[in-house]
Design a protein around this ligand. Sequence first.
Ligand code: FPP
Length: 239
Amino acid sequence: MLAEIDRTRLPRHVAAIMDGNGRWAAARGLTRIEGHAAGVESVRDTVEGAARLGLGALTVFAFSSENWRRPPGEVAALLELVGRYLRQETDNLVANDIRFRAIGRLGELPTDLQAGLGRTTEATKACRGLTLSVAVNYGSRAEIVDAVRRIAARAAREGKAPELDERRFGEYLTTSGLPDPDLLIRTSGEMRVSNFLLFQSAHTEFWTTLTLWPDFRQRDLYEAILAYQRRGRRSGGPG
Ligand code: FPP
């Protein structure tokens, strides 16, 4: 399938809402936490596949600002899985020239996780291949509100509002510097946007699959990209 992909027309940025860990676990008589742990394998494989293909940017939704409402044990396990991923994968990310960044309200996370996110970001900052962004404690409306607050604070500091247009506004978002996602993948058959990259996905193509996230592999990523390449991108302009 890799051979069928036109490398000259890759989406510049692919985003993924990783859904279905709980259902995957329930179908096997496992705990939800075991489902999330299986989902980490899918993250590893998908990141490897994205780097192998030569994608510029991949952003995955690991923990939403709404996820705090889950049972405390599940919240702790999810955050611990992110921390463990960082400890286990940082060397691999560097070896594969993958630059890591975290997006979300990171200051509200446990301090050891904040430190881990900071270490991996620092260790990979010179990497120039794939940019892997992991959204942790991320909610798009909060991100937009935070951006407006920073703009207001700057206006108060400088005595005048900064010049703004859509591009400049994007520089106040946590995805600053990344192209908008061309393709958003959501697994498990769900069709919602779930407060993910709302400003950034104005022209994004959506692709959903019934596959549950723990079953998602590189071949599914490639299938999504092939489907994307078969669609005509119009962005509201003429056909
Ligand atoms: C949705 O499944 C998935 C999540 C809330 C968490 C996704 C997190 C991971 C895959 C692991 C950590 C990530 C990294 C980057 C190491 P769900 O629990 O809502 O599933 P359900 O809809 O079937 O109940």
